[in-house]
Design a protein around this ligand. Structure first.
Ligand SMILES: [Cu+2]
Length: 151
């Protein structure tokens, strides 16, 4: 191999490597954007043995979320001295048990079919419970929508 051929080979392999790195980088950015742009973000606070949406005094509110969408729920425990979590077995959601001042964000994809499920704190399931309504993306509730989980 001549010096010129060697230089050419070195340049070619550099260009190939750089090209592959660029493609991999773009793919990673694309994937990250797809994951990190939820359709809806919900912040729930746990306090006084109930869940509350930010800026709303309704205890254990119904959470209405669109079907077939990427959702992010952030649970924050504001109760001194009590652990709380958030679970919805139908939708396969569960946070850790959070001590006062801690929060956790969970991301999930809603089912394609509208329906209703219960959410609760597994430590205080009688006091801390509410409904999650998965609605058609248009916002129109499905007629008599049932969750697609056998009971
Ligand atoms: Cu609790």
């Amino acid at each position: 191999m001549s010096a010129a051929q060697k230089r050419g080979f070195a340049w070619l392999s550099f260009a190939l490597t750089a090209g592959l790195a660029l493609v991999a980088g773009l793919a990673a950015i694309h994937a990250a954007n797809a994951d990190k742009t939820p359709t809806l973000r919900i912040t729930l606070a746990a306090r006084g043995m109930a869940f509350y949406l930010e800026g709303d005094d309704t205890p254990n509110p119904t959470l209405t979320i669109p079907a077939d969408s990427s959702i992010e729920i952030c649970l924050r425990n504001e109760d001194r001295g009590s652990l709380h979590d958030l679970a919805c077995p139908d939708l396969d959601l569960r946070t850790m048990q959070l001590s006062a001042g801690r929060s956790q964000t969970i991301r999930f994809r809603t089912p394609a079919e509208p329906g209703r499920s219960q959410y609760r704190c597994t430590l205080h399931p009688i006091m801390m419970r509410g409904e999650i309504r998965v609605v058609a993306p248009s916002g129109a509730p499905a007629p008599g929508g049932q969750m697609n989980t056998p009971r």
